[in-house]
Design a protein around this ligand. Structure first.
Ligand code: IMP
Ligand code: MG
Length: 178
């Protein structure tokens, strides 16, 4: 499928599942190298990162655990810049090495909020992994440790990312046609 329609908007294919797989492998290699002999805890930011997290975890060869944090900031195709915490962390992460797993870093508000929430639980260390990063949209600086793709400032869907609930099931990533 080279084009899809979701609600009122049309999207064109932008990143294929094959390219995604290679980017996920690159992120996994970085983690496997840096966490050799350790036991990191992956903190997956729901909903968008579920597909990336699943594929990423299958490529990890180090011992690792997973937990989930549910946040929401987007309404339609724009960030509200107000982050709602919908499911909090209940794991004991004190002293653990945490790797945050995000689908996309856009304005940077969600990731900054996430880091602050996790820091309250006194982890030993926090590293950030994201499949996608829009450097031109960034409003709050953040140090990202593992990035799949740097992309332009276009709204995208697919591979876990949605437009008002739809599009998460698409195996490829599509960008909005303006
Ligand atoms: P931020 O707080 O602006 O960095 O936005 C981060 C969150 O907004 C991500 O975790 C996504 O869930 C969502 N988001 C950002 N950009 C897009 C996009 O292009 N398509 C779909 N969701 C997005
Ligand atoms: Mg997200």
């Amino acid at each position: 499928m080279s084009k899809v329609k979701l609600h009122d908007k049309e999207f064109a294919i932008s990143i294929t599942s094959k390219e995604i797989d290679a980017a996920v492998a690159k992120v996994a290699e970085g983690i496997n190298r840096d966490f050799h002999g350790e036991r990191p805890l992956l903190v997956v930011i729901l909903n968008g990162a579920f597909m990336f997290a699943s594929d990423l975890m299958k490529k990890l060869t180090v011992d690792c655990e997973v937990t989930f944090l549910k946040l929401s900031s987007y309404q339609g195709t724009t960030s509200t810049e107000k982050i709602k915490k919908l499911i909090g962390l209940n794991e004991d992460i004190k002293g653990r090495k945490v790797i945050v797993v995000e689908d996309i870093i856009d304005t940077g508000f969600t990731i900054n909020d996430t880091i602050n929430s996790i820091n309250e639980h006194e982890p030993a260390d926090i590293k950030i992994s994201t499949l996608l990063f829009k450097p031109q949209a960034l409003k709050k600086p953040v140090d990202i440790d593992y990035v799949g793709f740097e992309i332009p400032n276009d709204f995208i869907v697919g591979y876990g990312l949605d437009y008002d609930g739809l599009g998460r099931n698409l195996p490829d990533i599509y960008k909005i046609i303006e």
